[in-house]
Design a protein around this ligand. Sequence first.
Ligand code: PLP
Length: 310
Amino acid sequence: MPQSYIDEFTPDIKFRTPGISILNDNLIKDKKVEVSVLRLDNMHPDISGNKIFKLFYFLEEAKKSAHKTIITFGGAYSNHLAATSFACKLLGIRCIAFIRGEKPKRFSHTLLFCEKQGMQLEFLSRTLYKNAIDVSFLHSLKVKYGQHILIPEGGFSIEGARGASLITHFFKNKPFTHICVAIGTATTFAGIVNGSESYSEIMGFCVLKNMSDINDRLKQLEVNGKRHFSVISDYHFGGYAKKTIELISFINTFYENNSIPLDFVYTGKMMFGVYDLIEKNYFPQGSKILCIHTGGLQGNESLPDGMLVF
Ligand SMILES: *Cc1c(COP(=O)(O)O)cnc(C)c1O
């Protein structure tokens, strides 16, 4: 179903079916486990990963509406904004984004990309941005932009999680014992938990430090509490978008061994965590582990040239 579903929804966006790559590092062989990677990063050169899935139901609604306007929020390096701008351009949807922080003198790679897709960028000071969910702000949007569909920052919403559930169609009925995914807002994780087979343990790797509100978030996203899932918080490397030499060197070695590029904000941290847990015998022998590559490679553009080998 997924490929035809995607083709039907996005006749203008040519997506490739994400393949599944099988890894064979020595560690994996030594510990007698199997590790596969679902390559959502491979679906499209400009828009890839989990974001298009989280947007799915919002875009579907916007396409049907008379006004065809989307308003959303994010930071200057946001994969969510990059994906939203690209999808809206292709689907002919007007899109306005509120960016956290004052307008910078030099735009980030991400903001330049968004602007090129025709996204209207509005900058809000950090204080205003924090309050951008209050009733008077939301009312002002209606006055200024008319009827629109609002997508919360990072797509954090039940609709977003429902969209992320579509990802599970790519591994339906496959006998994976563990499914691993990075956690930012937890929307994708929630969708994967709800959509996966009940025999798999779903493991979420937090990329933020001290995600003390995670249980609250999972509740808001209506995660099925009967499913077997775990939240792992030991691999944030200092916090959101923080990095260490150890992380960068892991990403480079991983690329040299497997020819799979990872991003340093999300998938690099998840994969580091998976390898570390394999090393520590978290996974019983014979485990079949699926890691979801959620894309996000455009985020690596913010790193100094030459830091990554790819
Ligand atoms: C946004 C993002 C995530 C996290 O998704 P959430 O639904 O916010 O938890 C994971 N990986 C990549 C590459 C992302 O861009």
